[in-house]
Design a protein around this ligand. Structure first.
Ligand code: ATP
Length: 308
């Protein structure tokens, strides 16, 4: 079942800025990764989902409700973590939490306490004296204190230290297990890689690629490093690899090391060839979403930085 849906959404801020004809669906119980460089249009799309912005063209819905005409309901029910949070500086963390509980009409603070413990939030001091990371944690706790079914996260780990970034990734995974539907915008490949089922890449306001991670893994070339025990067998194997059309990515005649690229359909053929050779080490280079999609990010042409 589709929970979040954008269909042909356009918001044109002029000079090529905004989002253009953006369409995607987030299905119930999945984590959808929305990946794109700075200024790509992630926040603009998210602001439409939250009902803060009216689309010029197209339609945005959550659970079938139009986000603009039902903005109040959407904003009350979704768990929204904005990229930049503005908190009342003169309150203590505890006062702010209580204020948000009253506003959200949350009577039971069990979930809130669990979140505070999970994210190691010390809410006793004044907000204005809190570190950036502590403010971020306060925003996280208040965004999810009502245990929402749909979470919209705009670059959620910015401002968190590496341990807290990992904890946030764990939180997303746990929420997914609990059946939550999550949209996660980021320009950090590793957090998208670790959590998302479906991924879209946005650049200059256009969705330029959408894919299912498992499907992508099945189609992607696997890369193996191996070392052959002696020079004679090394030379023979290099020949076999090349004559059978495998991708020889790297070779070192001094150390008898090879790196071979092989598509999943050809794996059995490769294994049969390797079985006849004395191999002293063998490992697969883990798939990296980052490497795969760097080309979408890179504004350089032909590897060189262009001024125009
Ligand atoms: N209210 C606005 N008026 C004019 N231009 C805007 C407005 N909001 C966003 N933009 C422009 O639209 C483009 C997309 O911005 P947006 O904030 O959606 O990008 P983003 O992908 O979230 O970027 P980042 O990763 O840096 O947060 C940018 O060029 C931005 O300057």
């Amino acid at each position: 079942m589709t929970v979040i849906s954008l269909q042909h959404v356009t918001k044109d801020y002029g000079h090529g800025r905004g989002i253009f004809d953006v369409s995607f669906n987030v299905e119930q119980g999945t984590v959808y990764g929305f990946l794109g460089p700075n200024g790509a249009g992630k926040t603009t799309a998210i602001r439409h989902i939250m009902g803060f912005s009216k689309p010029e063209k197209g339609i945005v819905t959550v659970n079938g409700l139009d986000c603009w005409t039902n903005a109040k309901t959407i904003q009350e029910n979704l768990g929204y973590l904005p990229g930049e949070v503005a908190l009342p500086e003169n309150l203590t963390g505890k006062q702010f939490i209580q204020m948000m509980m009253d506003l959200r009409k949350v009577k039971d603070d069990t979930h809130c306490k669990k979140l505070m413990e999970f994210f190691d939030l010390d809410a006793s001091g004044k907000v204005k004296r809190m570190s950036l990371g502590m403010k971020r944690k306060l925003a996280i706790v208040t965004a999810f204190m009502h245990d929402p079914d749909v979470l919209v996260l705009d670059e959620p780990t910015s401002g968190l230290d590496p341990i807290m970034q990992q904890r946030f990734i764990d939180f997303v995974k746990l929420e997914k297990k609990r059946g939550k539907t999550i949209l996660l915008s980021s320009h950090i490949f590793t957090e998208i890689d670790a959590t998302c089922d479906e991924i879209s890449i946005i650049k200059d306001g256009y969705l330029i690629s959408s894919f299912n991670k498992q499907e992508l893994l099945k189609m992607t070339e696997k890369v193996f490093n191996l070392t052959v025990q002696n020079a004679m067998h090394y030379m023979q194997l290099v020949q076999m690899i090349e004559s059978n059309g495998f991708n020889l990515l790297f070779k070192n005649e001094q150390t008898n090391e090879l790196q071979i690229g092989c598509y999943p359909n050809d794996l059995s053929k490769l294994i049969k060839i390797l079985a006849d050779f004395p191999i002293s080490s063998f490992n697969e280079v883990p798939f990296s979403l980052e490497k795969h999609f760097m080309e979408f990010y890179d504004r350089r042409v032909g590897g060189e930085i262009q001024w125009q």
